[in-house]
Design a protein around this ligand. Sequence first.
Ligand code: OAD
Length: 248
Amino acid sequence: MPGKLPQEFTLSGLRKGRASVAVVTGAGIDAEAGIPTFRGDQGFYEDKEATYLASVNALEAEPSRVWHWYLKRFVSLHDTHPAHSHFALAKLEAELDEKFLGVITQNISGLHRKAGSQKVFEIHGCIQEMRNLKTGERQPLPNSWVESPPADEELISWRPNVCFFGESYDGFPLPEAEEACNSCDIMLVIGTSGVIPTPVLLSEMAQLSGAVVVNINPHPGKVDKVADMNFRGTAAEYFQEFFYHDQN
Ligand code: OAD
């Protein structure tokens, strides 16, 4: 069972207080929408082929194969609905207005935007966008590709606008994410193992600027040691606690 949440970290506490909030999310929040996480028993990366296809080496060597693998995910995510926790974050943003500094997500699903979040920094890119290999121009993937996949010739000048293994964060909104972490009073870190260390680094950055870091995860992970508070439960349980307190 998750522990009792101090009042200042509930929605009503945040409303009454003057704290600004930044949120970092990982695959755990999308798991509540039915998308597998990357690591763990049922994890996406249990399939070794997936780790290869998500790498810059594969993109360079077999772009068409990589594209078709991403297109499968694009199609399956098209009809995926956000979970209660995604909507709860959109509500939190609406409630806190300018005190809400943004959702920084490692997820490429686009579910935060689908749920109505406005300030979203997709630091690993998003599956619904492609980037021109020569000009860097970005375009949404046409919705028609859900029903009928494009021919290889249509893809040849483009790549998925996601961050591959072996690539830097260049071109992704990491500076904006860092700015939010440096400026917030409370940082919520939801559903990330921290194996890719960016959430740990962002947490350390926020703490150095004086923020309180709350880690929400049912399992131990690499964020635990930097967090001021570990809420050992799911995102859904955390938000339940939010709304429970809110009614009192
Ligand atoms: P992981 O799969 O490494 O970790 C998922 C985390 O979610 C684990 O710590 C789980 O305990 C936790 N979790 C599971 N269900 C949860 C729930 N209902 N509520 C809260 N937490 C829950 O995924 P990430 O840390 O997000 O990058 O992975 C980071 C990056 O690694 C991904 O963005 C991806 C991958 O390589 C790229 O594709 C560039």
